[in-house]
Write a new protein. Sequence first.
Length: 197
Amino acid sequence: MFAGDELLTYLRHKLEYGIGWMVSLLHRAGVTPNMLTAAGFLAAASSGIIFAWRTSQALTFILAPSLILLSGFFDVIDGSLARVSGRTTKLGGVLDSIFDRLGEIFIISGMTIGGFSQVIWGLGAVSSSLMVSYARARVEVEGLRLEGVGVAERPERILILSFSTFLGYIEYGVIAVFILATVTVAQRIIYAHKHLY
C-alpha cells in the first residue's frame, strides 16, 4: 500500500516515464516541437468549431472534449520534445504561448457561440484566462517567476472544460474557469506585491 505522498510520487514518476518514452519515439520519427504546437492548436480550434456548429450530440459531447484533451496533451509534450531534441528556442516559446491562447479563445468562444454558455460567462472566462497569462508575462518581465502560482493555470482550465463537457455541464465548466482564473489572477497579483519592490 502507498501513503498519500508516496502514491503521488509514484504516479508522477510513471507519468514522466510515459511522456519521456513517447517524446523519444516522436524525436526518432522526426517530429518537431513546432509540429506539436500546431497540432495542439488545430485540435483546440477544431473543438471550438464543433461547439459553434452544434451538429450532433456525439461530436459535441465526445469528440470536442477529446480534442480539448488532445490539445492539452500536445501542449505538455512539445516542451519536453524541444528539450530532448535540442530545439528549445525563444521563437518556439513565443509561438507556443500564442497558439495556446488562441486555442483557448476558440474553445470558449465556440461554446458560447453554440449556445452552451451565456455570453457573459463566455466573455468572463476568455478574459480571465487571458489575464492569467498576461499577469505571468508582465510579472516575469520584472524577473519574478510565476510558474505554479495560482489554482487554475492552463492545464487545470483544459481539464475543467473537457470534463464538464463529457458530463454534459458545459456552462458550469465555463463558469468554473471564469471564477478560478479570476482567483488565479488575484493570487498572482498578491504574489507579485509580496516579492516585487
